[in-house]
Design a protein around this ligand. Structure first.
Ligand SMILES: Nc1ncnc2c1ncn2[C@@H]1O[C@H](COP(=O)(O)OP(=O)(O)OP(=O)(O)O)[C@@H](O)[C@H]1O
Length: 315
């Protein structure tokens, strides 16, 4: 069954002055209520895509639909249903968190008890109650970023755009911010599109991701499906340290097997990069046993999203 889409990007092109091509046929779709990661090297075109999707700039050609609206012909409708957190903070540093949130709500036409209740809920959910009445200039980087995201959510957007939201935060602040974003997106059924250079974040958080390079999507899928498609896991085999290591025998024995891309012998551990790890491990153990090489234990280490990313972006 095809899910309802919140974002549809079709064949987007954008060339900046000086003939700098930022987007070259970028296309992808984001399911409603899901978390979607756009990853790619510096200059791949992620921020440009976000600027187009959030109506801050226009594409030269291509179609973008945000919810039920077209960014070119209905930008005002788009702006009402999205929240954006850009790389630069939008917090007014001389105001408190509460004042920032009230001001932002008023900009969206919210007033009275409705606004007050929303501000209290966001201060609560983002753990900003204690500092709510202190000016933002005194906040830590983590608190400022939380306030930024809270500002983006004040008007209950359907779709939240986060451009590198956690850059510069320490691991604890990053994980705490993500926990809140995840919980808010589930509570309020918000679709989240994020860009980040922290690949383990998209691996853990994103339902789907797209790898962008030179302005186009070069790979797309769930983190698990992309890793599976890479089909390059590691096998580590520990050998008995009491027996003398016969490197040449091991290398010769393993060279008869298919599915092994790389063999490295590190002390008493044989490290193999392989395809079809489970069945290859069975073959490896048989070959080692036939050569009287005694194995103590084995482990399969699945490939990471970093490896998927490097494979596609290094091409
Ligand atoms: N306003 C602009 N004028 C001219 N060139 C631009 C402008 N904005 C971006 N570019 C260029 O367009 C290309 C794509 O940039 P963009 O910022 O969209 O990439 P990105 O993937 O977001 O990179 P990063 O990860 O560094 O934020 C780059 O070559 C960049 O130098």
């Amino acid at each position: 069954m095809k899910l309802e889409q919140s974002i549809k990007v079709e064949n987007l092109n954008k060339t900046y002055k000086g003939n700098i091509q930022a987007l070259d046929g970028l296309s992808f779709e984001v399911d409603k209520g899901s978390i979607f990661g756009l990853i790619g090297p510096n200059g791949a075109g992620k921020s440009t895509a976000i600027k187009i999707m959030t109506t801050l700039t226009r594409a030269d050609s291509g179609v973008v639909r945000i919810g039920d609206y077209d960014v070119n012909t209905e930008p005002n409708h788009v702006r009402k249903i999205i929240g954006c957190i850009s790389q630069n903070s939008g917090v007014f540093r001389e105001g408190t968190a509460r004042e920032n949130l009230i001001l932002q709500g008023e900009l969206y036409g919210m007033r009275g008890s409705k606004l007050k209740t929303r501000v209290s809920k966001l201060l609560d959910n983002f753990g900003l109650n204690e500092v709510a009445d202190r000016i933002a200039a005194t906040y830590s980087g983590g608190m400022l970023r939380k306030l930024d995201v809270a500002l983006g959510l004040i008007h209950r957007p359907q779709i939240l755009f986060l451009d590198e939201p956690t850059t510069g935060l320490d691991p604890e602040a990053r994980s705490s911010l993500w926990e809140i974003i995840l919980s808010m997106s589930k509570q309020e059924n918000v679709t989240v599109l994020l860009t980040t250079h922290y690949l383990e974040e998209v691996d853990r958080l994103a339902d789907k991701l797209a790898i962008v390079n030179a302005g186009k999507v070069i790979a797309e899928g769930t983190p698990a499906s992309l890793k599976e498609a890479l089909n390059e896991d590691m096998i580590h085999i520990s050998l008995d340290s009491k027996t003398e290591l016969q490197t040449d025998v091991i290398e010769k024995a393993l060279s008869s097997l298919r599915n092994i891309f790389r063999v490295e012998i590190d002390g008493n551990i044989i490290k193999l990069r392989v395809a079809n790890a489970s069945s290859t491990l069975v073959d490896v153990l048989q070959v080692l046993a036939a050569n009287q090489i005694h194995v103590l234990n084995t482990s399969i280490i699945p490939s990471t999203i970093d490896e998927v990313y490097l494979k596609y972006t290094k091409k």
